[in-house]
Design a protein around this ligand. Sequence first.
Ligand code: PEP
Length: 259
Amino acid sequence: MTDRRRIVAGNWKMHGSLGAARELAGALAATAHEPGRGLPEVIVFPPFPHLDAVRRVLEDAESAGTLAVQLGAQDVSSQGEGAHTGDVSAGMLADCGCSHVLVGHSERRTAFRESDELVATKFQRAADQGLIPILCVGETLREREAERTGEIVLRQLAAVMELCGAGGFTRAVLAYEPVWAIGTGHTATPEQAQEVHALLRGEIARTDAKISAGLRILYGGSVNGANAAALFAQPDIDGGLVGGASLDAKEFLRIITAV
Ligand code: PEP
């Protein structure tokens, strides 16, 4: 039995206005903290221009003693600084109050053709600036049907292991997000997800058993209040990376309490 603290992360993607972001953050943060209930870590990932406003809302709520919600960014530059128009560096995100950052989300890998190597560089940049990277891995439907799921997720993981070693996962988080489950309503079954989570944990254990045992591995892909508990009951699923359902404060809180 491990004592890995669960995580529920909400990826808001490119949704909503500044006002809506403030309102959503306020609704989440206003939830009374009930000591002893073993609440998970909660992290929200607003769009870049909303980070500062959301940070203020979260800080105000925290000082009022309610649910502590951490702040993350949806992406980070692979570069430290310089002439990289449109990029946002890890240092800038840390300055904005971010503690976490997503790297390798499938929407970035696909739409922006981010390679495994680029994702690994982003992971390293984030970690170097003291951010906690959440590395997303996952296979497409075609890859699953061709029985290539294991090969794909291990290849995505290997790029980061090559650059940062297993030590890179001392603080970092992994997220298994089957591409066919993201935003589709087709959630992986708890057994399908557990199989991949166990594979990923086992791969890291081959290099470092202690880091592997402490590593939080999140499941993402159409998680909602109704299916969260069954997923989170699996031994290697340590929480969720939630897209659509994180935009509805009530539904997101259902997921948080399912943990
Ligand atoms: C995501 O964006 O990472 C995600 C898992 O989205 P959804 O929960 O909507 O499938």
